[in-house]
Write a new protein. Sequence first.
Length: 256
Amino acid sequence: MKCEDIDFAGMFREIQRERKKEDRKAKQERWDKRAPSFLSPKKSSYTKTFLDKMTLFKDDEVIDFGCGPGTIALEVAPVVKSVLGCDISRGMLDQLENNARNLGLTNIEAKQKAFEDSFDDLPECDVFIASRSLDVADIEDILKKIISKTKRSVYLTYKVGKYFFGKEISEVLGVAPAPDYILVLNILYNLGVNAKLDFIRYEDTRLDSTSFDEFIQKVSWYCGEPSSEQKRELEKIYNKREHKDTMGWAFISFDV
């Protein structure tokens, strides 16, 4: 059997169906609720590594899709012609615009849009960025739309591993495994794209907490409120955690 004969895109869609992802309204409301905590994104080791891996020019027009409060967009804007930041959350876009004003950046535009929406009203761009934002139902369709709007380079990241918080916590919460990055790479191959693969790894601090109650708050934001039984199991995990986990993202880039 040839690689081209394997339906990697179908595998991806089936895994996402089994995960029973939240609908658009719920996703938008969840990020809108979280937006006020993103007053000014910090330049983390992830952000620095992502930026170091891109090639940008002063005349580039850039789209940053799933831009959030501007974690990448605010760093890119000073060295390119323009940045269009797209996000499903109006709250996140408000933060992007506030952060841009505070930094004196006048070449950033915000547009509320989800990956699942039509791209017909998006301009073509020299560089398309999708940083930690591709948790979608049908990534093959999204990749085709991204390619159709890009004139030169695409830079995206996708989670390494099948569990967002590690296997132990995910199993307690009943969270189904997610697609791994290798499916994305193989889907691109079947689309005729020879992508370059690299990795960004850093200390995972998402669940850092000074108390079990704070730990549960953070888990609840990402995965919903645990049941009483799940909380008991999570408390066992919390009490025996001796070290931080490592978060890994596949950095996938290609020219079109």
